[in-house]
Design a protein around this ligand. Structure first.
Ligand SMILES: Nc1ncnc2c1ncn2[C@@H]1O[C@H](COP(=O)(O)OP(=O)(O)OP(=O)(O)O)[C@@H](O)[C@H]1O
Length: 641
């Protein structure tokens, strides 16, 4: 049993002999005496009246047996009070378990801060590129498997062969969430953890990344017990087998887990088959075309086929009341967008494509299957499509709070976006883009990032929309492509606007413009000369160079801004709009810069200057007399490092 870390946020303390202390003692005792639960997880609450209510849980690693789990939890309950004396909140991690308590409700909520990485001191010698090329997809698969477990543990492991310097070795990966999280939250937590790996642990032979709701680990030796890891059986649909409430879970009377799996899995599979056959018989539906579905039904396994994504036109017409004007919610470059509702109440957004795709129906469908597999909390999810006669329709999850531009550029509505919301939006877009660029299987360059295709969910979390359009429309994916299907002036990197060259770095440029827009509340392509410069990037740069970056800020932020964070974001924005493609940061290096745990931020250099002339032509201006060196000292003083 290895102790890893403890975390006491030092926010509030309790007094000795208080009710809180006695509740804490009772909580720890209860957790300890439930440590042999088969599920390896137990949560408990003591006290019903705040501020003395206390919430706690333990989580044992998915592969450890109940004996080890018990030893680990008992250790944790003893040590935690010593590590965090008198603290109302505390967390302790061992390699085999974690234990957490708090005076705030902590169940079924994703919380990945503070994330901490611990790594194997050995570096990976040899070709680390080969190693990473195996690590990334293997870890992604493990993460998805863990997140999409509908019952029992949200835990998965996977090993893979890795070849480096002519030798073949093994890679072992593990991912686990607390089982009270939804699949979406678990995936979000695990993806957040994997997104931090490049920043913290490049070239490390092994890494453990722990957070309050999930953890991941990889090593080049078998650190988990493969024989006790539950077989990767197909996850039963949630409707058939709801996640058991750990509190109500009964003891198993000495029957081993393998025996339970051996009995339950075949029964579940047979029941599923019987149910599906029965449904088909009763409804007379063909399975070929799905009438309607819910997001819940669509797990990783069933989005792998065209059939599961294809909808009949009739179904879409019913959902949108025949594309009625009342249901029209927007129009974009690809066509009109309608709100719709499936018979089960699920809300959808229907994009009726007006542009025709360059590719045939088969390729169009195949691309949709691939794009639909891209799932991240900060991406608008593609639920399906319809292809009938002249109609080509894409069906997305409905995102209720309109797009970012709707709030950002309206003098009244921009007040609703205080600094913490804007910062959260910047972080969310960063995560979504990082996933598209570096973590997803497809490696997507968006090519048209802008405020209008960032949609906001009910909690004002951003979701990137319109990704994958280049694939769906079969535009050449090479970096030399000169056909512009996407791209909006004011956001486009010079090399893309002028030469048609796109890459993840042209997306980074657009992302930089977006950050500057979010901070200033001004459109990059509607910028007026009243500020003494002719575009938003130049204006931001001028203020930065003059040591007055905060003047860029939308005045409505005066009440809520955190100066360190605003300056850091402006700095990142300016780094992204560097003219030199190679100097622009990658999304994986931006995330730690944003989260403030990266101490070294490069100094921005003069950005690419772009001046829109008219509505659709761009000219590039460089001022050859502008000094290359800037007053770096004054700027670095301003900016926290
Ligand atoms: N999934 C969705 N949920 C809710 N509303 C949506 C959704 N997708 C699009 N919309 C609405 O429809 C509008 C138009 O969206 P669309 O993505 O077609 O165009 P755009 O991004 O504004 O422009 P362009 O296609 O030219 O880039 C959006 O601004 C938004 O208000």
């Amino acid at each position: 049993l290895n102790f890893l870390r403890h975390f006491c946020p030092n926010t509030t303390t309790y007094s000795p002999n208080s009710i809180y202390q006695s509740n804490l003692n009772q909580l720890l005792l209860t957790l300890s005496s439930n440590a042999t639960r088969e599920n390896g997880y137990y949560n408990y609450t003591v006290g019903h009246s705040p501020p003395d209510t206390i919430y706690g849980f333990f989580l044992c690693r998915g592969d450890v047996n109940t004996d080890v789990c018990e030893i680990c939890v008992k250790n944790a309950t003893t040590i935690i009070s010593q590590r965090c004396p008198n603290q109302k909140e505390a967390t302790i991690w061992y390699d085999k378990c974690m234990l957490r308590y708090s005076n705030r409700s902590i169940f079924s909520r994703v919380n990945f801060s503070p994330g901490r990485s611990m790594f194997n001191t050995q570096n990976f010698n040899g070709n680390s590129y080969n190693f990473i090329a195996v690590l990334v997809p293997t870890m992604n698969e493990t993460v998805h498997q863990a997140a999409h477990k509908f019952s029992g543990k949200k835990f998965a492991t996977k090993d893979a062969n890795v070849t480096a310097s002519g030798k073949t070795g093994k890679l072992f990966t593990l991912a686990q969430c607390t089982p009270d999280l939804s699949s979406e939250d678990c995936l979000f937590c695990l993806q957040d953890s994997t997104s931090r790996l490049p920043a913290c642990c490049e070239n490390k032979k092994g890494v453990t990344f722990i957070s309050l709701s999930c953890n991941i680990r990889y090593e080049t030796y078998p650190f988990y017990n493969a024989t006790t890891v539950p077989a990767a059986a197909p996850a039963p649909a949630p409707e058939l087998a709801p996640a058991p409430n750990p509190k109500n879970k009964q003891g198993n009377g000495g029957i081993s887990r393998q025996v339970i799996i051996a009995i339950v899995v075949p029964i579940a599979v047979v029941s599923l088959v019987v149910l599906l056959v029965g449904l088909r018989f009763l409804t007379g539906r063909t399975m070929k075309q799905k009438q309607y579905g819910t997001t819940k039904e669509r797990n990783e396994d069933d989005i792998s086929t065209v059939e599961s994504l294809q909808y009949e036109l009739n179904t879409i017409e019913i959902a949108t009341t025949s594309f009625s004007a009342d249901n029209k919610i927007g129009e974009g470059g690809f066509g009109d967008v309608y709100k719709g509702t499936f018979p089960d109440g699920q809300e959808i957004a229907v994009k009726r494509l007006s542009k025709s795709s360059a590719q045939g129906a088969k390729e169009f469908k195949n691309e949709i299957v691939l794009v639909a597999k891209l799932q991240h909390r900060n991406l608008v999810r593609l639920l399906g499509f319809c292809l009938e006669g002249e109609e080509k329709i894409l069906i997305y999850e409905f995102v209720p709070n309109k797009s970012l531009d709707y709030f950002l550029f309206d003098p009244e509505k921009q007040r609703l976006l205080d600094w913490s919301r804007r910062h959260k939006i910047i972080r969310g877009i960063t995560r979504g883009l990082l996933y598209l660029h570096e973590e997803s299987r497809l490696k997507i360059v968006h090519r048209d990032l802008k405020a209008s295709n960032k949609l906001l969910d009910k909690d004002m979390n951003p979701k990137i929309s319109d990704f994958g359009m280049a694939r769906i429309f079969d535009v050449d994916q090479s970096v030399e492509n000169t056909i512009k299907i996407a791209g909006t002036y004011g956001y486009m990197a010079p090399e893309y606007a002028i030469h048609g060259q796109f890459s993840v770095k042209s997306d980074v440029f657009s992302f930089g413009v977006l950050i500057l827009e979010i901070i200033s509340g001004k459109k990059s392509n509607g910028f007026y000369k009243s500020h003494g410069t002719r575009d938003l990037i130049s204006y931001a740069w001028k203020l930065w160079r003059n040591g007055a970056p905060l003047e860029l800020m939308d005045p409505t932020l005066q009440e809520s801004f955190v100066s360190d964070e605003v300056i850091r974001c402006i700095r990142i924005g300016l780094l992204c709009v560097e003219e030199d493609v190679n100097k622009r940061p990658t999304m994986s290096s931006i995330l730690p810069m944003l989260e403030s745990y990266s101490d070294t931020l490069p100094i921005p250099r003069r950005p690419a200057f772009f001046i829109p002339s008219g509505s659709d032509s761009m000219t590039k201006e460089r001022n050859p007399n502008q000094p290359q060196s800037i007053n770096e000292a004054s700027i670095s003083e301003l900016c926290p490092r």
